[in-house]
Design a protein around this ligand. Structure first.
Ligand SMILES: [Fe+2]
Length: 208
C-alpha cells in the first residue's frame, strides 16, 4: 500500500513538473517576440539570479521570474514610458499589465491555484518587493538589469536617462544584492564611468 501511495505521489509530481515546463516554454515563446532585444536573455537571467540568491525557489517564484516583464513583449498592450512623468507609477503600471497577461496565460493550465496566486502576487510586487520572495525577485530583476540589460539599454537611451535608470535600480537593491552589483564592470568606458559614479555616490569610502 505504501509503495502504491508513493507511486501515485510520484506520478502527480511528474505531471505537475511537465505542466510547469509547458508554462515556461510558453512564456519563453511570448518573450522571444519582444521588440526589446535583451528581454529574452533578461527573463532567463532573472530566473538564474533568483536561484543563485534563493536555491530553494519554488515553481511559482521561478515562473514569476521568467514572466515578470511579459507585457513588454506585446507591442499593442505594452505600457509606454512616455505616458508617465512619475517613474514609479510607470513601473507599477508595467507590473500590473504583466499580471493581467500572466493570469490569462496561467489559467489555461491545470495547476494548483496556489501556484497561480503566488506567481501573480510576486509579479505584481517584483519592482518594489513586499515579502521575502518578492524581495528576492526584486533583487534578482535589478541585478539582472545591471548584468545583461544595461549595455543595450545605454545604446537606446541618453546618458542622462541611463544614469537616472541606474540610480533608480541601484537604490532599490538590498545590501547583499549591492555587494554583487558592485563587482560588475562594463567594456564601454562611458557607461563604466557612469556606473562608477553611481557606486561612488552610494559607497564613498569603498570606491576610489
Ligand atoms: Fe525585469
Amino acid at each position: 500500500m505504501f509503495i502504491s501511495i508513493a507511486l501515485t505521489i510520484d506520478r502527480i509530481c511528474s505531471q505537475e513538473m511537465n505542466v510547469i515546463k509547458e508554462i515556461e516554454l510558453e512564456i519563453e515563446k511570448f518573450i522571444s517576440k519582444s521588440e526589446v532585444p535583451e528581454d529574452p536573455l533578461h527573463s532567463k537571467n532573472t530566473k538564474d539570479w533568483v536561484i543563485e540568491l534563493f536555491p530553494e525557489a519554488d515553481s511559482a517564484l521561478q515562473i514569476a521570474a521568467l514572466g515578470h516583464d511579459i507585457e513588454r513583449s506585446i507591442k499593442e498592450k505594452k505600457i509606454k514610458r512616455e505616458g508617465y512623468s512619475d517613474y514609479n507609477k510607470f513601473k507599477e503600471a508595467h507590473s500590473h499589465n504583466s499580471v493581467k497577461i500572466m493570469r490569462k496565460l496561467l489559467q489555461n493550465y491545470k495547476i494548483d491555484s496556489n501556484i497561480i496566486d503566488k506567481a501573480i502576487f510576486l509579479i505584481e510586487n517584483h519592482e518594489f518587493g513586499g515579502s521575502t520572495e518578492a524581495d528576492i525577485l526584486k533583487d534578482a530583476d535589478s541585478i539582472s538589469f545591471f548584468d545583461v540589460n544595461l549595455p543595450k539599454y545605454f545604446l537606446r537611451n541618453t546618458k542622462e536617462e541611463t544614469y537616472f535608470r541606474m540610480i533608480w535600480g541601484y537604490d532599490k537593491l538590498s545590501k547583499r544584492a549591492k555587494s554583487i552589483v558592485n563587482k560588475f564592470r562594463y567594456n564601454n568606458i562611458v557607461l563604466d564611468t557612469l556606473f562608477r559614479k553611481v557606486l561612488n555616490m552610494n559607497n564613498p569610502k569603498s570606491q576610489s
